[in-house]
Ligand binder design. Structure first.
Ligand SMILES: C[S@@+](CC[C@H](N)C(=O)[O-])C[C@H]1O[C@@H](n2cnc3c(N)ncnc32)[C@H](O)[C@@H]1O
Length: 296
């Protein structure tokens, strides 16, 4: 029977030879899954033997991966901000750059906002990645997590239950801000922001993901434009406001979309403070729109 070291090396070579990105990391994750071992153990126990049954399971995973099916869909989970989330083809696979949104929302909530019992809306929640993490790290917050699709909300519901935050995360179905039953302190939204024409040119793995989670229209800003307009239209209208007077909107997007998005945001909220936050790779990633108290 081969040992772990050999199996990881061979898997790495097979993936790399087929042009799979991050081949070494993926080989390790596959072996961790088949061996049911945490990361430290696969390095500490490199002489451990891999049984024929485990080799067979690994071969089945590799075969699927060579068709460019994303590893997260094969294993049915993805780690995001330190928690494992169920994923399937009804949801976008959470991306590392979206952790910037979580970081920034936590920063605003813990340092910048006056209210302790924050009400937050995660619009376009997908797996619930953002909502679940905010609920874990902000034990006093109440969170609405909305999406337009039942199948997506089923996955979010599973993740919310799995991480024991169902008492503070309410799932809502509907278009952007429409289902919100009360004004919130913070809106976080990683909405689809790829320009329609760009999607077929992107890597094969992306073609497995739901188009409704990717497609942001001609310039990628359709959903962001509509969300800002929904937030501004009802803002200050008795019974219709979606954002409290001191509220904040955090929007994830592509670096090249900021100039247009900034204009849209300042047209919608002329007195707001608008800033841009970089992701871990140093790329502009999150547009932050903080409403001045006088804007309400
Ligand atoms: C880019 S994905 C982000 C998912 C998740 N928030 C994340 O960061 O991993 C966008 C999500 O917005 C949802 N969505 C698309 N159009 C929507 C709409 N009009 N109203 C609400 N959600 C929408 C999609 O179903 C998808 O789950």
């Amino acid at each position: 029977m081969p040992n772990l070291r050999t199996v990881i090396q061979e898997t790495h070579r097979t993936l790399e030879a087929s042009g799979i990105p991050d081949a070494r990391l993926e080989a390790e994750v596959m072996v961790m899954d088949v061996m049911r071992m945490p990361r430290q153990a696969i390095f500490a126990e490199q002489e451990s033997q891999v049984s024929p049954q485990q080799e067979e399971q690994l071969a089945a995973i590799v075969t699927r991966r060579l068709t460019r099916e994303p590893l997260a869909y094969i294993l049915n989970y993805r780690e995001f901000y330190g928690v494992n989330l169920l994923v399937n083809t009804d949801v976008l696979i959470p991306r590392p750059e979206t952790e910037t949104m979580v970081e920034h929302a936590l920063f605003m909530a813990l340092m910048g906002m006056e209210s302790r019992e924050l009400v937050i809306a995660d619009v376009g929640t997908g797996t619930g990645a953002i909502a679940v993490n905010l609920a874990i790290h902000l034990p006093a917050a109440r969170i609405y997590a909305s999406d337009a699709y039942d199948a997506t909300l089923d996955v979010a519901a599973y993740n919310v239950r799995m991480h024991n935050v169902a008492d503070r995360v309410t799932l809502l179905k509907g278009d952007l801000l429409e289902p919100l039953p009360e004004p919130v302190d913070v809106i976080v939204a990683n909405l689809p922001y790829l320009p329609t024409d760009r999607i077929p040119t992107l890597q094969p793995e992306i073609q497995w993901e739901p188009v409704a989670a990717l497609d942001g229209g001609t310039d990628g800003l359709d959903h962001i434009r509509r969300l800002l307009s929904q937030a501004a239209t009802a803002h200050g209208v008795e019974g219709g406001a979606r954002l409290k007077p001191h509220g904040v909107i955090l929007l994830e997007m592509d670096p090249e979309q900021f100039s247009e998005a900034r204009s849209l945001a300042s047209a919608a909220f002329p007195d707001a403070e608008i800033t841009v936050e970089p992701d871990l790779a140093g790329m502009d990633r999150v547009l932050s729109v903080s409403l001045a108290a006088g804007d309400c």
